[in-house]
Design a protein around this ligand. Structure first.
Ligand code: S3P
Length: 436
């Protein structure tokens, strides 16, 4: 796809069949970075080869780490010692990439610069810069945004109460803690995804969890891993909601990561009356994995707020689409973090869905929707935000007539092959190269 590619979507008939989805993005970022930190050879299967994770992989290679690829999804990482990079590390659009790597770079005996796209340069970095500086890190950044200029400095452990529930912040601090003198404790205000804790513990790091507090004791050597990345529930969310909204649909998504810090959407959809069945089949990479079966359902409105918000933080764009088609009112609160994702996802989704005829009331920390609403196909824009582009494509499937989602290439930041997977299930979607 080229940057101007678009999704062309028609209302479709029933979605049916079983499919896998690409590997979990959060785990794929971590597998590359943590594998690089381990002394020895890490094997990763099912790795997500997508825009965001490839940016992390290139950055790790630029730090002198050798990575062999038997296929785009099978990596052999020769971990050990980093070399000083010869140029700024470019994380492109990857918020997880830059924030976690910053936690690692502050602990290195050499200087580095972390940078990214214009979109990434607009995102807040103060949330990581503040605790890392409290640990002694030397970071210079204009207006606390990327590029981040990092110089070597001795680090010491801290006790840090995080003001926002964010796995990226928690992870950046825990990674820096590996290189600090003395233990570090992070206290989180809500149950943000815990992939960092699970993976570091599996690698031999000394971690203790006590309620919402996680403590890392530095010094234990990190052992290499042998892991298979499970499917990303945040990608599964798109076919899942499309099936719920389309009469006659019955699909099964297999091999999906069911980590309870990630399954908030399933809980909320079930409260909306969705016919969703979850079956755990095993464990992969220390994470529960299983299948999700979804059948067409008449949804009803729901109230969402509190702890579940962080457990589905990436799923609000697609929830907004489900809420439009649900009977009654849906109210989302406590989700102000959506305003500092790749885009302001509350505003961008409300604005783009309005082009399809939807009316969504924005609130400072969420939105209100009264459904069901009738959607009419139109031209909409993905705003270089993968989850926005894919959510709009699903909205197009529930609209009458044709919907064109411009700037759709960004779907490949997390879900390469999105249109192909949806089409195989029966969706009327194709990719059109514009200006080719
Ligand atoms: C992620 C954490 C979340 C999420 C992002 C991935 C991670 O961000 O939105 O897509 O892998 O740690 P925050 O930690 O900023 O909430």
């Amino acid at each position: 796809m080229t940057p101007t590619d678009c999704f062309v979507v028609q209302p479709n008939g029933a979605l049916r069949g079983a499919t896998i989805v690409p590997g979990d993005k959060s785990i794929s970022h971590r597998a590359v970075m943590f594998g690089a930190l381990a002394s020895g050879v890490t094997h990763v299967r099912g790795w997500l080869a997508a825009g965001d994770t490839e940016a992390t992989l290139r950055s790790v290679q630029a730090l002198g780490i050798a990575i062999e690829r038997r296929s785009p999804h099978d990596l052999t990482i020769h971990g050990g010692s980093f070399k000083p990079p010869t140029a700024p590390l470019n994380l492109v659009n990857a918020g997880t990439g830059i924030r976690l790597l910053a936690g690692i770079m502050v602990g290195q005996p050499f200087a580095s610069v972390l940078d990214g796209s214009e979109q990434l340069r607009r995102r807040p970095m103060k949330r990581i810069v503040t605790p890392l500086r409290l640990m002694g890190a030397d970071i210079t950044a204009t207006d606390d945004r990327a590029p981040l200029y990092i110089r070597p400095a001795p680090l010491h452990g801290i006790h840090y109460e995080m003001p926002v529930a964010s796995a990226q912040v928690k992870s950046a601090v825990l990674l820096a803690a590996l290189f600090a003198e003395g233990p570090t404790t992070v206290v989180e205000p809500g149950p943000a995804r815990d992939h960092t804790e699970r993976m570091l513990a599996a690698m031999g790091a000394r971690l203790e969890t006590d309620g919402q507090a996680v403590t890392l004791h530095p010094g234990a050597p990190l052992l290499p891993m042998n892991l298979t990345v499970p499917g990303d529930i945040s990608s599964a969310a798109f076919p899942l909601v499309a099936a719920l909204l389309t009469p006659g649909s019955d699909i099964t998504l297999t091999g999906i990561n069911l980590n309870p810090t990630r399954t908030g959407l399933l809980e909320v959809l079930q409260a909306m009356g969705a016919d969703v069945t979850v079956t755990q089949t095993g464990l992969e990479a220390g994470e529960p994995v299983g299948s999700i079966r979804a059948r067409h359902s008449q949804l009803k409105g729901v109230e969402v707020g509190g702890d579940v918000v962080v457990e589905m933080i990436d799923e609000f764009p697609i929830l907004m689409v489900a809420a439009l088609l649900a009977e009654g009112e849906t109210v989302v609160r406590d989700a102000q973090e959506l305003r500092v994702k790749e885009t302001d996802r509350i505003h961008v989704m409300a604005t783009e869905l309005a082009r399809l005829g939807a009316h969504i009331e924005e609130t400072p920390d969420g939105f209100r929707v009264r459904g069901p609403q009738r959607l009419v196909g139109a031209v909409v824009d993905g705003h270089d935000d993968h989850r926005v582009a894919m959510s709009l494509a699903v909205a197009g499937m529930a609209a009458s007539g044709e919907t064109r989602v411009l700037d759709a290439r960004c779907a490949g930041d997390s879900f390469p092959g999105f249109a192909e997977v949806m089409a195989r299930l029966g969706a009327a979607i194709r990719v059109e190269a514009l200006g080719a």
